[in-house]
Design a protein around this ligand. Structure first.
Ligand code: AMP
Length: 228
């Protein structure tokens, strides 16, 4: 199995973002009120990851879109949260009791929810957000975004899920998903994720996808997520 994507692979650019979307995204912004960001509790070695986390926090705040995240101040998680705070945005942190010290709870959040365990944390993060983004991260990030994909695949929700493929970070995962599909383990078709390698495209892409869901729901097309 090859683990690098070709330069012209769709995951190397923004998928399904039409030119009109950026122009009209302010009108649609209310559809995505809060975005759940999954990302590392470490910062990683590539400064582009930190820059992307910082920029995305700034974009969320500028567009009055709330951040829902793990509630810590370490790693890229802390970077996103500080950027949202520095630009006057809204932050909801959701952290299990046992991680409060280890992940250093973020003191400037608008709301911190302390949960009994990881399962409650993930459920609340899901419930509080209208869309999900995976920035670079470790196994926690991986687990969280894959769980959302499995829930979507099982038809449990239609909230957009976007893989932010910053500097090709998620290439091996995308290759793995294609491997699963090619070898017949995704019976219901390709997984319903969006992907972009450009941090500025993340929010408009989510908003456009959320608008499509609303439109599809109005037209009684519940299988929207399967056709992404
Ligand atoms: P990581 O990407 O491993 O740095 O972790 C990012 C976040 O995911 C941290 O807040 C971790 O506490 C959290 N995390 C780690 N393992 C899990 C898991 N199994 N389920 C949910 N979240 C996790």
């Amino acid at each position: 199995m090859k683990t690098a994507l070709k330069r012209d692979h769709p995951a190397r650019r923004t998928q399904r973002l039409t030119p009109g979307v950026t122009r009209c995204h302010i009108r649609n912004m209310s559809i995505v009120k809060r975005v759940c960001v999954y990302c590392g509790s470490n910062q990683g070695h590539d400064p582009r990851f930190i820059a992307a986390a910082r920029r995305f926090g700034e974009i969320l705040a500028a567009n009055r879109t709330g951040l829902v995240y793990g509630g810590g101040s370490t790693g890229l998680m802390g970077t996103v949260a500080r950027a949202v705070r520095d630009h006057g945005g809204e932050i909801t942190g959701i952290i299990p009791e046992f991680l409060k010290a280890q992940e250093r709870i973020f003191g400037d959040a608008d709301e911190i929810v302390v949960t009994a365990d990881m399962h409650e944390r993930k459920r609340l993060m899901f419930e509080r957000a209208d869309a999900f983004v995976a920035l670079p991260g470790g196994v926690g990030t991986l687990e969280e975004v894959v769980e959302q994909l499995t829930w979507a695949q099982l038809g449990r929700h239609k909230k957009p899920i976007l893989i932010a493929n910053i500097a090709g970070f998620w290439d091996p995962l995308i290759v793995m998903f294609e491997h699963l599909l090619n070898l017949g383990f995704l019976a219901s078709g390709p997984l319903g994720y969006l992907v972009t390698d450009n941090v500025d495209d993340i929010l408009p892409t989510l908003v456009a996808a959320a608008a499509q869901v609303s439109e599809a729901e109005k037209q009684g097309e519940p299988e929207w997520v399967q056709r992404l």
